[in-house]
Unconditional design. Structure first.
Length: 689
């Protein structure tokens, strides 16, 4: 009993280690939130929080970077390592503006050394304090001519850092906003400039009602007025119609992908005809010179001066066209160029991606990006491993970076040490693109049993097709497929039976001739999951010729009926044999005298009619001749023995010497009369042949 307990104590750590190995499911961190790059504007002096959430096994912990450096923890900044929450109190642009990234990390035990860490990055969140630092310039005096085009620029110094910027025009003060645009004669462009398609005398301003542009934002609840513009208008007594002429466009506008672009064309001109619009109308054409029909991706403003393109993509870059027309005439096509810009864009399959690799194989991460059309190419990528930039300290026997820096290979990975995350940074003139991918290492497929690769079979043998395998505990299902004779079988190949513990075999004794011949060939069992595939080959060779195997009864047909039929057939055969034997015996026991006599030329019936039966009496024993032998007393009912030698024939009863013989069958037919030499011999019968 003590020995058993001691053995149990010795084996317990091994069993525990085996159990732990079976349950050792690992996965690197994957950031779920934030899930996309973003810019957020924070009200100065307010409190602000950023969330970070990731999944992995074991559960990840968190930290934050600001401008690629660890966030400094102060009395205003804190990071919860367990929840990933970044908290900032009393937000101030000088202390807190920047690009933030969440880093999620988890650790894995290493039996042969210190634990290894895998770290994954979130997309960049740019934080800016919402503010408007705008200074008004000096007032100006402006003069224009009636019925002619005129523009007042929106000029200011400083910066508006807000999520929503709006520009409106005022006359004198914030309480007197310009809201009447006289049937689109007055227009404010996207930069805030004030346009008069043609001036009217009523547009002149009073000294107390100077034109001022106001820059405002609801986020900061502020409107800042620019310098004052005093406008004088020179009157024209006899206006004449004026053909449209291009006065303003925003050609060369640069927009980033996924944003909205607004193209503008403004034509000056005057049409006094009251039945016609007083201002020229604008027609828009696409890159293919076809008129643009509003709807979907393209929208045209009611005054026709703006073409809006939503969800900008790289292919939207190019030249668009506009022309103005009124009753006097129309202009030639004017080109408005749209320039789509972006931080580096990933080539197809160019970004590092999460990958799972079995032990012993290599893991490859790509970092191949480009700039948009006609933009300066990006710089060479910079690689990070678990948030640490690579360099001379990076082990070249484990990590191989290609000469163009666009590929990183982790060599001969191991589950205990190589679960990790890599990052690459690519920079161009428009910004920075980060790529993040994690490596998960699993135990490979292990073939625990496979049959002999070549099996020479004679009829009646069993073909072994059993294949068993194990893999990493994180893989829930291993898929088995068979390939045979250019066909794929999901469960088993033809005629194969699968029993417990995947025991798979073909019993050739159950096959008929054609089936037996068809089992020869190469069998391939493929064992696979999402990350690995292995194959086991089995060649079956028939060394004997197929035999004819009786067809067995269907398993569903009752065997007792078959036995009953066989028994009845056997009984019928026995009865037929008995009848034949009886008939044969009867035939052998009868001697047909009539046939013999008739065959000898006699007429037995006639002789019986003429002669009847002679009266014979029993001979007297005294009449027998015994010679020197003593006389033997015979019983009264025993016939007298024949006298003479045993070799003598009974032919002595015939007077003719030659006729004193019996026939071969023992009959006297033909022997009771003397042969007449002149009489023809009797016909032959079976006994004389």
């Amino acid at each position: 009993m003590a020995r058993t307990s001691l053995l149990s104590l010795l084996l317990f750590p091994l069993l525990l280690a085996g159990c732990s190995a079976q349950e050792d499911i690992r996965s690197p961190p994957s950031v779920l939130k934030p899930d996309r790059p973003d810019t957020r504007y924070i009200s100065g002096g307010s409190d602000f929080q950023l969330e970070c959430e990731a999944e992995g096994k074991p559960q990840p912990t968190y930290k934050w970077w600001r401008d690629e450096q660890p966030v400094e923890i102060t009395d205003k900044v804190s990071v919860d390592a367990q929840t990933g929450l970044l908290s900032i109190t009393n937000y101030n642009s000088y202390e807190h503006d920047g690009e933030y990234m969440c880093i999620a990390s988890n650790e894995f035990k290493n039996p042969s050394g210190p634990p290894n860490t895998a770290s994954s990055f979130s997309p960049i969140i740019k934080l800016l304090e919402a503010r408007m630092n705008i200074n008004s310039g000096e007032d100006k005096k402006l003069t224009g001519t009636e019925y002619s085009y005129f523009m007042i620029p929106c000029s200011y110094e400083g910066q508006a850092v807000v999520a929503d910027v709006s520009i409106n025009w005022f006359q004198g003060s914030r309480t007197n906003q310009l809201k009447e645009f006289d049937n689109d004669r007055i227009y404010v462009d996207t930069d805030g400039n004030l346009h008069f398609t043609y001036l009217k005398s009523s547009d002149r301003s009073k000294p107390t009602e100077k034109y001022r542009c106001g820059i405002g934002s609801t986020q900061v609840s502020m409107i800042v007025l620019s310098n004052g513009n005093e406008l004088a208008v020179t009157e024209v007594l006899n206006p004449t119609p004026r053909k449209p002429i291009l006065k303003y466009d925003n050609s060369g506008v640069r927009v980033r992908r996924f944003t909205t672009a607004t193209l503008e064309c403004l034509f000056g001109g005057y049409d006094p005809d009251p039945s016609q619009p007083h201002v020229p109308m604008t027609e828009w054409l696409g890159k293919d010179y076809r008129p643009i029909v509003p709807g979907g991706k393209y929208q045209i403003s009611e005054d026709t001066r703006r073409l809006t393109i939503t969800n900008i993509q790289e292919e939207d870059e190019g030249d668009y066209y506009c022309k103005g027309k009124n009753s006097v005439g129309e202009t030639d096509l004017n080109t408005v160029t749209l320039d789509v810009t972006s931080e580096p864009l990933w080539e197809p399959e160019g970004a590092p991606a999460d990958t799972t690799v079995p032990e012993g194989e290599n893991a490859i991460f790509n970092c191949n990006a480009r700039s948009t059309i006609d933009e300066t190419p990006p710089q060479s990528p910079i690689w990070y491993i678990n948030s640490e930039q690579t360099g001379s300290h990076t082990d070249p026997s484990k990590y191989l970076i290609s000469a163009d820096k666009k590929r990183l290979t982790v060599l001969s990975v191991r589950k205990a040490t190589d679960i990790l995350c890599v990052q690459c940074k690519v920079v161009n003139e428009e910004g920075t693109t980060w790529g993040d991918g994690c490596l998960n290492v699993i135990l490979g497929i292990d073939i625990t049993y496979q049959p002999p690769e070549k099996q020479e079979i004679v009829y009646g043998d069993t073909i072994d097709l059993t294949v068993r395998a194990t893999t990493d505990p994180s893989i829930k299902t291993l898929n088995y497929e068979w390939l045979f004779d250019n066909e794929t079988y999901v469960t088993t190949p033809p005629y194969a039976i699968m029993g417990q513990d995947r025991y798979t075999y073909i019993n050739t004794s159950l096959l008929n001739n054609d089936e037996y011949k068809s089992v020869a060939g190469l069998y391939t069992c493929e064992i696979a999951h999402n990350f690995q595939r292995k194959a086991v080959n089995v060649e079956v060779v028939l060394v004997d010729k197929p035999v004819v195997v009786p067809v067995t009864a269907s398993a569903g047909f009752p065997m007792w009926i078959i036995a009953l039929i066989v028994g009845i057939l056997f009984l019928i055969i026995i009865i037929i044999i008995i009848i034949c034997v009886i008939c044969r015996k009867k035939q052998e026991g009868d001697y047909n005298v009539d046939k013999k006599e008739t065959g000898a030329g006699l007429d037995p019936k006639k002789e019986l009619m003429e002669k009847g039966f002679d009266d014979y009496s029993r001979p007297d024993p005294a009449d027998f001749e015994y010679g020197d032998k003593p006389r033997r007393e015979l019983p009264y009912d025993e016939d007298a023995p024949l006298v003479g030698e045993d070799t003598k024939s009974l032919g002595e009863y015939s007077e003719d010497e030659e006729a004193r013989f019996f026939n071969e069958d023992g009959s006297f037919i033909g022997q009771y009369h003397k042969k007449d030499p002149t009489r023809p011999p009797p016909p032959p019968n079976e006994s004389n042949i």
